[in-house]
Design a protein around this ligand. Structure first.
Ligand code: ATP
Length: 277
């Protein structure tokens, strides 16, 4: 991938099969992302206008970014990933760029996405870009507000034929400005939940498929014992079990149940029951 001033461009390699669980969600994304790109003629024929923006929300580490990448992979779309790093300094938001640079970056990204279409523009931690206006800042237009109005202008300017879709991910959907939720902007809002039992089993399968594991490793049992674990934590558990095996014996040929158990017992999931109910 080439990295130009905070923007990464690539056609991601991750596919739907790399994501455990979330069957319905994957289907919805397939229809919203793949169909307009692969079957744009059918949309024109019926006069159906495709969705321009999708908001993914849910707890950290539950595959929002990975879903966006898998959608781009399936559609063979260029994937522009944008992240605005900012620092909170005594209540004031200081973007890590000069005044006006953020807007230029946004406009430039949409421009490049048009040239590279089909494209997906992905905003990670979208609330940073699209946070509600009218905070308690004394400036009438903050950096965040100007970024937001640039984003609104760009999204309104997307023509259907250009096959560009905006995806955004956030852990705080309530921090998204209401203007972005109007028709023609983020028309599809999808909750990405923490994995249930079946999804955890599949996630463990995904992250052990290239590992040499001993017969005594019971992934179903492990899935049952990892309630509240996110996909990211399950991935970490598998990797760490491998590390434990190697620390025990650098010539080890397999990872055994006891390695998984050692790691599992040392981990405490970040999510709580209250958060997901
Ligand atoms: P954040 O809100 O922190 O950005 P996120 O929801 O975007 O998190 P990802 O970055 O997509 O989560 O996932 C983090 C890691 O966890 C990825 O490396 C991914 O492989 C793994 N992971 C999460 N959920 C799943 C899943 N359902 N199947 C397989 N791997 C998963």
């Amino acid at each position: 991938p080439s990295i130009t001033r905070g923007v990464t461009v690539e056609i991601p390699k991750v596919s739907w099969e790399d994501i455990g669980g979330l069957r319905d969600l994957k289907k919805k994304l397939q229809q919203a992302v793949e169909w307009p790109i692969k079957h744009s003629a059918a949309f024109s024929r019926l006069g159906v206008s495709p969705i321009r923006g999708i908001l993914l929300h849910g707890p950290p580490g539950c595959s929002k970014t990975t879903l966006a990448k898998a959608a781009a992979h399936a559609a063979q779309a260029s994937f522009f990933s944008l992240r605005f790093i900012y620092f909170v300094n005594s209540g004031a938001e200081l973007y890590s760029m000069y005044v006006g640079e953020g807007e230029a970056l946004l406009r430039n990204t949409f421009q490049r996405a048009r040239l590279a279409a089909p494209s997906i523009i992905f905003f990670d931690e979208a609330d940073v870009v699209a946070g509600k206006r009218g905070g308690n800042s004394s400036n009438s237009t903050t950096v965040g507000e100007r970024l937001l109005s640039t984003l609104l202008t760009e999204m309104d300017g997307l023509e259907e034929a250009k096959r560009i879709l905006v995806l955004a991910a956030t852990n705080r959907p309530h921090a998204i400005d209401a203007a972005l939720m109007r028709p023609g902007r983020f028309d599809l809002v999808l909750y990405v939940p923490p994995p249930d039992l079946e999804a955890r089993y599949e996630i463990l399968g995904v992250h052990t498929r290239n590992m040499k594991i001993q017969d005594d490793v019971d992934l179903r049992r492990l899935a049952e014992d990892t309630e509240l674990f996110t996909g990211a934590e399950l991935e970490g558990l598998c990797r760490e079990a491998g590390m434990v095996a190697l620390r025990e014996n650098i010539s080890a040929t397999v990872v055994c149940n006891r390695h998984f158990q050692t790691v599992k017992e040392s981990l405490k999931p970040a999510l709580t029951k209250e958060e997901i109910d």
